[in-house]
Ligand binder design. Sequence first.
Ligand code: CA
Length: 413
Amino acid sequence: MPPFDVPEGDPFGPHNLPYGVFSPNGDPGGSAERRVGVRLGDHVLDAGAAARALGSPYAELLAQPTLNPLLAAGRTTWSDVRRALTAWVTVPAHRETLEPHVHPLSEVTLHLPFEVADYVDFYASENHARNVGQIFRPDAADSLTPNWKHLPIGYHGRSGTVVVSGTDVVRPSGQRKAPTEAEPVFGPSVRLDIEAEVGFVVGAPSPMGTPVPLSSFRDHVFGLCLLNDWSARDIQAWEYVPLGPFLGKSFATSVSAWITPLDALDSALVAPPARTHPLLPYLDDSVEEPGGYDLRISVAINGHVVSEPPFSTMYWTAAQQLAHMTVNGASLRTGDLYGSGTVSGPSDAERGSLLELTWNGRDPLELPDGKRTFLEDGDEVTLTAWAPGPGGTKVGLGEVRGRITSAAGVTEA
Ligand code: CA
């Protein structure tokens, strides 16, 4: 009987077990009642309470209001805890003990599951980079910049505005200047966009001055989640030369409430696309295990699927991104988050941003509720994904959802 008898084929079965942080509904105390949870089907297991009830040595590590202590514990502990959790939810003898510590998802509130340390965002899809190059630099000889095939391009974002799925996003205001206008104007963004991405969550830190090689990726990165890098294209276009994105991105970044451990995704590992340029040794992954992930993403606006970006097409892997961001000696901290960059596949229906899907507004999308170029107030964007799991199963990634509300100081019509 439920909750432990998850239907066969459920992408959140015992082969998945993503981690989150929740509090039971009706708990006005909020943060005091936050605790680590593990998703099983449409239920969540209170991991710390379960550990206590079963006399597990991991009770203290799991009875926490964030995932950070678990993240910091390192790879051996991550594997041990996962093995223990798998046994708890699959061995029938534990059921009676664990029943009181399982909550229906409909009866809990999900929170940002970890304290985000630094946030970095990359630009790793060749299809996306070429599309953006063609849109913004139509006269350039090559749609890729000269460095693109030699290093994973990235920028530092704003960790304090990373929010959990379900959080409303207020339309940002800022400066914009159309090429045809003489002076910039200030106001709510009129070109608000999404970027469908995957975020990687760093667990184990690294010391300053010591680069993290490709081969140490799994020692440091705990798991991944869907990520929506909301982008105000009009603000971005005016501000980004020469130092890159700033206020056009920093107003909000949404992540899933569930972090899928990399240990759940071994069946999804794939080789990245063939390298067309030789790589410097610290990025050369030709002798490493395949570093790509086969994640099938869907992007929906108000429930209508507009795109299905395939993560397996990403040119740069998460391991290469980690090696690159530490090769200068920059340290890693527990809770560091880095985004893959917009995921766009080769075909029109696989593009991960409205910028590309509408070709900068030239070709509006036809949605059941009307045409769209960029997002309107009230629009809700949902990213979902699954990956191949063991034995033909699917591993579901937690959704990331966000609704646009009118700009601060502007009343909705
Ligand atoms: Ca991005």
